[in-house]
Structures are given as structure tokens and as C-alpha cells.
Design a protein around this ligand. Structure first.
Ligand SMILES: [Zn+2]
Length: 422
């Protein structure tokens, strides 16, 4: 039997094991926030990897404010070295969002029903971690000598930005340019799609300041809320239509997210609304915005446009000053066209499923940003089992056949990449 067929056969033989691994991971309730059970989950994954012949290291996010005694941020990295070929790193986040309401099964029991594993994180992305572990195990059991190095990491806090997780592995050199050649993140992508990046994020806060006066004589003051209203009106009447006309060439899904967008996250102004009210003109109002920008727009132009709009709008209300403050900037990322990691996954998908990869980009960001922007590793994609639509939903689940299928695809792609040479 050809070695590729042996690897595929080994994944099939291990199907039950992949189910049990997914269930075991789901049963560790790594809920974020606040970041429960990270150490337990990292230890479990580390022991699993060690049994599979990996050298295992634990990397805590020492020094970060969210790394506390009660909620330690512990990441795990397993490394198995073979020949001198390239290093393929498979990274999965171990954190899950809170279960929320509306479940018909226990979200942390790992219920198996109708060919699916149910539970918070089954789809996003403990099924993907199981697929990565299964891929490496199948290569080993098929007796295929490892042509390069395969790494599997389980990291924390992806759902809250990944700074104590993937970013920490990068800061400590575990994922680094020159050491790590290819990164595959098995996030839920419906088993046949490969995600090549995401739009940029610009969160900013606008503060308007006016002048307090008696509420019975508002003409003696300057209302910060009026100032903010002018800003909001300009955003809605001028900016939103302009953004809707801009479209990226990146294959963002859903297609409506191919445009630039803006959302108002929060607004707060004047007196505390539940407090005793006094007749006063509001002298202060704040709002937080979430602007998603296109790779074609770039951050500098995005910020300049916001700055000009906010200033012009606030100036229409006499006596009101405005201040713009940046809260978060995430640059857009895009895997280079023809990247070996895309080519290898496409070939593996043809072999395993008959059809090649559909390339997509994500409307929101994920850990790809750290790999591409901090580590400077361009050859990173997300690919894994699970329907993205089920992520963060009640009765989240992953199809067992998809976990098995993704494990095969990841195994073949990893072998291909390790064989290809640097
Ligand atoms: Zn995820």
C-alpha cells in the first residue's frame, strides 16, 4: 500500500479515538471569560501529545495581567522531530465561549448523537484540535518517517484576543520565522474551505466635551450629547454609504462582509441614567466604534477618514470639542497567493474529498494575525472540521465524519509540506 493510503487508513482506524478525544476536551470546561480550567486542559493535551511521541513544553503567560493564580494562562506545545524538512505547526485554541442559554444537552458532557459530538467548543475548536492530533498519530502509525518537524500547540484566550496564547508562543520564540515554516489553524471551516486571512480592525473611542449649564436654559451651555449626535448622524448618513460602496478582492464570507463596515459598540453621556436626575446640560459623551477596514483601504487612510469626519461633525455644534482615541488596531492579513500551505491543503482535499479547497477570508479576526504580523510567518491558514455557523451557538456540535476527514487532509498536507523542502 502506498504510504498516503496507509495514513488515510490509519485515520479511519482511529475514528473512535478522535471522537473520544473530542469528547474528553469538551468535558474540560475552558470557558473564557474568565479562562477556567486552562491548566487542566493544557495538561491533558500535553499528556496526549507525550503519548504520541511529542516533546512537550508548557508556556505560561507570566507577567500578563490576566494570568492570575485563580485563572492561570497556560499554553502547551508538542514537538516531534523527524528529518531536516520544514516545520509544520498546528495550532488550536483551547478556550471556549460561555455556553449561554438554549441548550437541549449538557454543554460539557460530550454527548454523542446523530453522528455528532455536542458541546461548547465541539466545533470551535476542540474537534479541530482532535483532528490535528489524529493527523500526526496516523502518520506515525502508518510507519511513515517524518520528513520534517510537526508541532501541535493548544493555546488560550483566542476568543479574547490571544495575547496570552498564540502571541505568547511567538514572543517566547516557540513560533518564529526561520523556525516555523507553515502554520495551520484547524478552526471550523466546514472541512472544505481554507481561510486565507481577515479584514482589519480599528476600535476607537470618541469623546465630546461641552459646557454644563442649567437644563432649563440649555442655550447657556453646550451639549456634548448634541455633539455626539452630530457624529453619529455623519457616520450613518455619510460614512456608512461610502463604506458599503467599497469592496475587497479578498474572498470574505459572508459576501456582505466584503465591504468595509462600522458598528457603534457603546455610548455613554450626561448623567448616570439610573441616578437622580438634575437639570443639567451634558458636558461629556463617549462612544466606542468598531470599524472593519479592507486590506485595500489600509489603516492610515482609515484613521484619517474617521478623524476628519468626527472633527467636522462635532464642529457643527458650537462650543463642543471632540477627541479621538485609538483602542485597538489589527492590520488585515492575507496569505500570499500560491502559498505552499494553500497548495498542499488543496491537493490533500482533492485526494481525500474529491474537490479542491474553496478559499475564504473571515469577517472577524483570529489568531492568524499574530502569526502573520508578530512572527512574520506569511504561510499561515485556517482549515479544520466543523460548521462555522454552529460556533458560539446553543447545541454546538461537530460532525464526526468531518473530524475524521479533516484529520486525513491535515495529515496529507503536513507530509507534503515537510517533504517539499524549505
Ligand atoms: Zn475558534
Amino acid at each position: 500500500m502506498h504510504q498516503i493510503d496507509r495514513v488515510i487508513a490509519e485515520v479511519d482506524r482511529a475514528a473512535e479515538e478522535l471522537v473520544e478525544l473530542t469528547r474528553a476536551l469538551v468535558r474540560i470546561p475552558t470557558v473564557n471569560p474568565p479562562g477556567e480550567e486552562y491548566a487542566a486542559c493544557a495538561a491533558f493535551l500535553g499528556e496526549t501529545l507525550a503519548r504520541g511521541g511529542f516533546d512537550v513544553e508548557y508556556v505560561a503567560a507570566d507577567g500578563r495581567p490576566e494570568h492570575t493564580a485563580r485563572h492561570p494562562r497556560v499554553n502547551v506545545v508538542g514537538r516531534r522531530r523527524g528529518g531536516n524538512g520544514p516545520t509544520v505547526h498546528l495550532n488550536g485554541h483551547i478556550d471556549v465561549v460561555p455556553p449561554g442559554d438554549g441548550w437541549t444537552v449538557d454543554p460539557f458532557a460530550g454527548v454523542v448523537r446523530d453522528g455528532r459530538v455536542f458541546g461548547r467548543g465541539a466545533c470551535d475548536m476542540k474537534g479541530g484540535i482532535a483532528a490535528a492530533v489524529g493527523a500526526a498519530a496516523a502518520i506515525d502509525r502508518a510507519g511513515v518517517p517524518l520528513p520534517g518537524t510537526i508541532e501541535i500547540s493548544g493555546t488560550v484566550d483566542e476568543e479574547s484576543g490571544g495575547f496570552a496564547g498564540v502571541a505568547r508562543l511567538i514572543e517566547t520564540g516557540r513560533i518564529a520565522r526561520g523556525r516555523t515554516d507553515f502554520v495551520i489553524i484547524p478552526e471550523p471551516l466546514n472541512v472544505d474551505r481554507v481561510c486565507v486571512g481577515h479584514r482589519g480592525v480599528y476600535w476607537f473611542e470618541v469623546t465630546t466635551r461641552g459646557r454644563i449649564a442649567h437644563g432649563s436654559m440649555p442655550f447657556l451651555g453646550a451639549s456634548a450629547i448634541d455633539g455626539m449626535s452630530a457624529v453619529l448622524a455623519a457616520v450613518r448618513r455619510e460614512l456608512q454609504p461610502a463604506l458599503a460602496r467599497r469592496e475587497t478582492a479578498m474572498p470574505v464570507v459572508p459576501a456582505a462582509a466584503r465591504h468595509a463596515t462600522i458598528n457603534v459598540n457603546a455610548i455613554d453621556g450626561g448623567q448616570p441614567i439610573d441616578g437622580v436626575q438634575t437639570p443639567c446640560v451634558a458636558d461629556r459623551c463617549r462612544a466606542v466604534f468598531d470599524r472593519r477596514f479592507l486590506i485595500e483601504e489600509g489603516f492610515a487612510a482609515t484613521r484619517d477618514e474617521i478623524d476628519a469626519l468626527v472633527r467636522r461633525a462635532a464642529a457643527s455644534v458650537p462650543g463642543v470639542d471632540v477627541e479621538l482615541r485609538d483602542l485597538l488596531v489589527v492590520e488585515p492579513v492575507l496569505t500570499p497567493h500560491g502559498s505552499p500551505v494553500v497548495v498542499a491543503l488543496d491537493a490533500a482535499l482533492r485526494r481525500v474529498r474529491g474537490d479542491g479547497a474553496t478559499l475564504v477570508a473571515s469577517p472577524g479576526t483570529y489568531d492568524h494575525k499574530h502569526v502573520a504580523r508578530i512572527a512574520g510567518i506569511p504561510h499561515c491558514v485556517a482549515y479544520g472540521p466543523g460548521e462555522l455557523e454552529l460556533a458560539h451557538q446553543p447545541d454546538e456540535s461537530v460532525r464526526i465524519a468531518d473530524v475524521v476527514s479533516a484529520a486525513k487532509v491535515i495529515a496529507l498536507a503536513a507530509l507534503d509540506l515537510m517533504n517539499a523542502g524549505r
